[in-house]
Ligand binder design. Structure first.
Ligand code: PRX
Length: 654
């Protein structure tokens, strides 16, 4: 390899050799249980997408009108199942009831204060039909945008499914965002109606959602009505003519609302996601392709069976909640656990208590939560019986191998496979993940692509990189669940995802393929640290730090350095409340031992917490500003969860 070529790639410095094959017992029962089975599916999807997806499309979804073509490349993206008509809500509800699952529990819900509620498929269907009629009575038609700002209660899923039933497009906004953020999204989407609640419970306190919405609606001129769920039974102002109580509207609504046949490519929802710069973008998903993707990926990755109680801890305000709390599980007739509140209320064992009491069998959560559990201490886990669990999953960020090991030992009792699922809001559903009955997992690797996913890794000159070198991760073939656009901004859509590597979807992540054919996500393209011409991935430096017994969490960023180009600055939070005296030197020595002198941090700062997005991702771009001594950040901070952290980090510096 030439010198210049090598410098365009990302160096791989982390060494992880542990391998965890699934147990015989797990494999024997799994739907996909051999590597040959996977390979056969994979090859067919790659070489004969028409045949593979055509067959699945026909068999797995209900068609009011059959499709004429499986897929057609259409500019940047492909369109799927053209000419056909189906309905997401029908596939999640009516099709399940028709299949004899009407009495199965669809949603098993627990509120933060402790109350529980179950809804069978038949009951959920009834509620969804009623609420769809409420929407219709308020003038909502096919193609109208419904803005949803609600707590994690069953009514949130009901609202989403009711929109899907009549072809209204939902835009769910996580109920932690500010009035400004809601108004921006409402304006961009031209939302016609707002759904909210009087409030929600969060760590024992009430968050007054309706007050925030009232502020937002001052700047949402297209919104004509606001439906308010009574969740906490507190007084809140109701504007005559505009605001309606959910329970009052539901009282008189008919439970008869046949699902509207919708074109395969009809927009099912938009979901705003923050770009690293500029205003949030409304990622647009479709009906048939999205439905098929979340249905099949749920089945493949979680190896779902009827006896499962599946708990995805994500909020429906994120894509993970859309795809794996609502549409994926329900279109498989699964029983979904849904929890309203915080993981540390009333105590740090809330998740484990939920798993024990509801006999959860599959837990799907985020690395940020896992690192918090580690920090809070094993005693919270030890107090509970987690033997109902059979499978674990992670999503949202790379998982540091040591956090993976803790999850494996402490939560999975060394018996549960872990599926580290890599995907994005844009991809609709999981693209890379172990198949739990087949794949021998490596801590920190999302392993292999699912059938239909054809990855390619290129360097800055768009040349394919060799195994074990990092580069930009692209996807070369269209898949049914991919985004079809950014709402109202075709140019940005093209620029962001298609312009740089022609005919390939650019993910924005860096990745490496190892010699066994396993993929390792190396962080965002913009986060690479360039030390003396060596391009390092954030996750590798962070994982080396997290492998030190005292470190709970770490974030690595580059800051300008006259000699090396960039120096490595790390922000570290430690477990418990021990002293950090002498720890900086110890950590430097530790990193030198783990990955070598090149990756030894120049600056180490200890902090009680790291700045994160509301969905739990570390915001490295803000840390970059702090590490380079900028007094103010030029970055968009609207998605930052806790503003005080930035101020604290800056003052620690002085
Ligand atoms: O950088 C990758 C990281 O999260 C990004 C997508 O974020 P978002 O659209 O919010 O969707 C999150 C839920 C799917 C990716 O570009 N990411 C997500 N999962 C993983 C990951 N990074 C490494 N490993 C993962 N398993």
């Amino acid at each position: 390899m030439s010198e210049t070529h090598a410098s365009k790639q990302i160096d791989h410095v982390m060494h992880e050799h542990r391998l965890f094959p699934p147990s015989k017992e797990f494999s024997n029962k799994a739907r996909i249980s051999t590597a040959e089975q996977y390979q056969e599916m994979y090859d067919r999807a790659k070489n004969d997408p028409d045949g593979f997806w055509g067959e699945l499309g026909r068999n797995e979804l209900h068609w009011f009108k059959p499709f004429d073509s499986v897929y057609e490349r259409n500019g940047d993206v492909a369109t799927w199942f053209g000419g056909g008509q189906t309905n997401l809500s029908y596939n999640c509800l009516d099709a399940q009831i028709a299949g004899g699952r009407g009495d199965r529990i669809a949603i098993l819900w627990e509120g933060e204060p402790g109350e529980t509620l179950t809804l069978t498929y038949t009951e959920l269907h009834r509620q969804v039909c009623k609420f769809a009629n409420v929407l219709k009575s308020l003038g909502i038609n096919k193609g109208d945008v419904v803005s949803i700002y609600m707590p994690m209660t069953p009514e949130l899923a009901i609202a989403m499914l009711a929109c899907a039933r009549i072809g209204a497009i939902h835009s769910v906004i996580f109920a932690g965002f500010s009035a400004e953020a809601i108004a921006d999204r409402n304006q961009d989407a031209r939302a016609k109606i707002q759904l909210t609640a009087d409030g929600l419970w969060r760590r024992g306190k009430v968050l007054k959602l309706k007050d925030t919405v009232d502020q937002a609606l001052l700047k949402s001129p297209t919104v004509q009505h606001c439906v308010v769920l009574k969740r906490i039974d507190r007084e809140c102002s109701m504007q005559a003519g505009r605001d309606i109580w959910w329970h009052e509207a539901m009282e008189s609504a008919s439970a008869d609302c046949p699902a509207t046949p919708l074109d395969s490519e009809a927009t099912s929802f938009i979901l705003y996601t923050s770009g690293s710069t500029g205003k949030p973008k409304g990622i647009r998903h479709t009906t048939a392709g999205y439905n098929l993707w979340v249905k099949k990926t749920f089945e493949w990755v979680f190896d779902h069976r009827d006896s499962d109680i599946f708990w995805c801890t994500a909020d429906c305000g994120w894509i993970t909640g859309h795809s794996y709390v609502v549409y994926g599980p329900l279109s498989n007739g699964a029983t979904v656990m849904m929890y309203e509140g915080a993981p540390n209320f009333p105590a740090e064992d809330r998740f484990w208590s939920i798993i024990e009491r509801h006999k959860v069998t599959i837990l799907y959560t985020a690395p940020t939560a896992i690192r918090a559990f580690i920090k809070w201490g094993d005693q919270h886990v030890d107090a509970h019986d987690l033997s109902s669990l059979r499978l674990l999953g992670t999503v949202g960020e790379g998982i540091n191998p040591e956090a993976w090991m803790w999850y494996h030992r402490k939560i999975g009792g060394e018996r549960c496979p872990i599926v580290d699922t890599w995907w994005q809001t844009e991809t609709g559903g999981i693209l890379m993940s172990p198949l739990p009955g087949v794949t021998a997992t490596k801590p920190g690797s999302c392993t292999r692509p699912l059938p239909g996913v054809v990855p390619m890794i290129v360097d800055e000159e768009l040349q394919p990189v060799e195994p074990n070198h990092g580069g930009m991760l692209c996807i070369s073939q269209p898949w049914p669940g991919m985004l079809r656009g950014i709402w109202g901004d075709d140019e940005r859509f093209h620029e962001q995802y298609w312009a740089r590597v022609p005919n390939n979807y650019l993910t924005g992540d860096n990745a490496r393929l190892d010699r066994d054919g396993y993929y390792w996500i190396m962080g965002r393209i913009d986060d690479v640290i360039n030390v003396s011409g060596h391009r390092l991935s954030t996750i590798e430096v962070e994982s080396a730090l997290v492998s030190h017994p005292m470190v709970a969490e770490a974030a690595a960023v580059g800051r300008p350095d006259d000699i090396k180009g960039q120096a490595i600055a790390v922000f570290v939070s430690i477990k418990g409340s021990g002293s950090t005296a002498g720890l900086a030197d110890e950590l430097k020595a530790h990193v030198r031992k783990e990955i070598g002198a090149l990756a030894v941090p120049d600056d180490i700062r200890f902090t009680s917490s790291l700045p994160k997005t509301r969905s739990g991702k570390i915001m490295r771009r803000l840390l970059r500003d702090i590490a380079s001594g900028k007094a103010e950040t030029s970055q968009d901070t609207s998605t930052l969860e806790d503003y005080t952290i930035l101020a604290k980090l800056r003052s620690d510096e002085e």
